[in-house]
Design a protein around this ligand. Sequence first.
Ligand SMILES: C[S@@+](CC[C@H](N)C(=O)[O-])C[C@H]1O[C@@H](n2cnc3c(N)ncnc32)[C@H](O)[C@@H]1O
Length: 206
Amino acid sequence: MTDGDQSLSRIEDVAEYWDQRYGARLWPSEPDTILVSLASELMAGTALDLGCGTGRNSVWLASMGWSVQGVDISQVGLSQASRISVDAGVTLSFLRADILEFEPEPGLYDLVVLANLHFPQSSAHELFARVQTAVAIGGHLFVIGRHSDSARTAEECALNRFYSEERLESLFPAMEVLEIGRVPGRGGYPSKDVDKVYLWARRSDS
Ligand SMILES: C[S@@+](CC[C@H](N)C(=O)[O-])C[C@H]1O[C@@H](n2cnc3c(N)ncnc32)[C@H](O)[C@@H]1O
């Protein structure tokens, strides 16, 4: 999936950009394979999927018994997510909201997912702080996104919105890092081979 939207400054423009992209073709409905392998080990609980898009991860989690809240700004994406959930025979909740403003209830979620969200570092600071407090004590956080090594254009480099192992490790100080890894994937627009990096972390009680 691309990341180009995150250089758009108005949320209406972000919504329109993604509405058009989701309207143009069918998006993959398979969940992220790393999330699947990591979250399959957990007992189902409450999950928050921020920037859930067309809901591939939300729907998979719901199919595993999780009670899921998906949040995204694209109405077209959320409509597709709803359809996919009906086809899969699962019930979950979707909310249209700007996640840079959204305030999840602190400590409510046993799992928070941030998949392929590439905000400029300057605008995402508070989001990342809220994300970790949304995780319940003992709960987990999964983050995956493009590796910063894959930034090729001047704009991609300037905004510093991709992730490195070091960045992921430092972004969530309340979390205990369980695993950080680098994997091949696809990203950008048009889509190309890029490395991704992921974080799997648990909220400790201190
Ligand atoms: C690259 S897609 C990732 C979708 C999904 N997480 C996945 O991995 O399949 C990025 C998503 O973030 C959403 N998004 C971007 N900025 C947002 C914002 N400020 N508030 C809510 N959603 C946003 C877009 O609408 C899009 O659905």
